[in-house]
Ligand binder design. Structure first.
Ligand SMILES: [Zn+2]
Length: 388
């Protein structure tokens, strides 16, 4: 049956493909796991599961009708067919999908809704196409930050093998998991950091941890309770400051402000209430008050109450960012205050991203000040060990 699907074609015969840009939350500081991650449950990976040659299946794209993978020796064209399942593609060398070249091998999952394009790549090579996109291309004085990022991202990868099983792969190549662009944008310094930490992951009591990280904490990190999850002992609120100075203070998101008119908020809240999982959803035409009624131990907004002409509703934790979605962008973070003057509401906030685990901008500052990647990781992940 597969011959119907796998038609090696000559190069000129292929239709242009939709470019695959990473899905970015706002811009330009990359933030993985930008909002609440929805994963399928996977067993806690044990030490014996960590294989240095481990292959990870990365979902690098989805095509409704057709797709092409261009390899040095031939070009493969795929057409969507109902429920054909997973097709392993035998390729030699580095192949191109869309505008990007990738290391590793390929599989295509054909279902009645389209084609999932899967890059099956050894984890250490996967990291080369990831680290520079997640923390940026850094200078030699920040190499310890690159090492910390490599260890956190490797830990995340091992932990999430199998977490997207129903999609047919392990991990998304965008902010739903970690931004991965194949060979595009690889960086020699990041590659050195990856090799210098090869195989190292973060463990707590012998188990590979859930290594969330984010762009800018704004002074203090938060626990995973902002997603309504049970707290984890290694993901606790920790201070990201010393001697009265916040490590991530150079981030452009250290301080931010958003202003809204009362009328604009009525429209936004009506539109966003379901996505923000408001406890009650009803039509209203006026907003009287918006108040923060409870905060998490790290200081982020836990409950936000909105009173309207037709009654009140409430939103919880990280979903609050979605209540304020404007032009497709969530609120940068949950570390904020809200004030009101006449018909204008002003939110002043600090930080970017969910605030859980490693703060990338703080990590960079710590590296410049001489902290090692082990020291940095142990600040943000409480009580962990770093081992193979
Ligand atoms: Zn920070």
């Amino acid at each position: 049956m597969q011959f119907l699907l796998l038609l090696p074609l000559i190069f000129a015969a292929c239709a242009p493909l939709r470019p695959l840009g990473p899905v970015s939350e706002t811009q330009p500081v990359p933030t993985p796991v930008a909002t609440e991650p929805v994963h399928e449950p996977v067993p806690e990976p044990q030490a014996r599961d960590l294989d240095p040659g481990q292959i990870i299946n990365v979902g690098v794209g989805f095509e409704k009708d057709s797709a092409a993978i261009e390899c040095p020796e031939q070009k493969w064209q795929f057409k969507a067919r109902e429920n054909l399942g997973r097709i392993e593609v035998e390729t030699k060398g580095e192949c191109k999908y869309g505008e990007k070249t990738y290391r590793g091998g390929w599989a295509v999952l054909s279902t009645d809704s389209g084609l999932a394009i899967i890059n099956a790549v050894p984890i250490e090579d996967y990291l080369k196409g990831l680290v520079p996109h997640e923390i940026g291309k850094l200078k030699p004085e920040e190499i310890e930050a690159l090492k910390a990022q490599a260890v956190a991202a490797r830990t995340y990868a091992y932990r999430h093998i199998g977490s997207r099983k129903s999609q047919g792969f392990d991990i998304y190549a965008d902010v739903r998991d970690q931004v991965y662009n194949g060979k595009e944008g690889e960086d020699s310094l990041a590659n050195i950091a990856i090799m210098a930490t090869a195989g190292l992951v973060l463990k707590y009591e012998g188990n590979t941890i859930e290594a969330y990280y984010h762009s800018t904490c704004g002074g203090k990190t938060e626990s995973a309770e902002i997603w309504g999850q049970e707290g984890k002992p290694y993901l606790q609120p920790v201070s990201d400051s010393a001697e009265g100075r916040v490590f991530c203070e150079l981030s452009r998101y250290m301080k931010w402000e958003e202003k809204y008119s009362r009328a604009e908020l009525v429209e936004m809240f009506q539109k966003n209430a379901a996505d923000a999982r408001a406890d009650k959803i009803f039509p209203f035409s006026k907003i009287q008050q918006i108040s923060i009624t409870e905060r998490f131990p790290g200081g982020r907004v836990k409950k936000l109450a909105v009173s309207t002409d037709k009654g009140s509703f409430e939103v919880f934790g990280d979903r609050t960012r979605r209540l304020f979605t404007r032009e497709g962008k969530f609120l940068p973070g949950l570390f904020f205050d809200i004030s009101q003057s006449g018909d204008t509401f002003t939110i002043t906030g600090s930080g970017y991203g969910h605030g859980i685990g490693m703060c990338q901008m703080g990590t960079r500052a710590r590296a410049r000040e001489g902290q090692t990647f082990e020291e940095i990781l142990k600040v943000y992940y409480t009580g962990v060990s770093i081992e193979k």
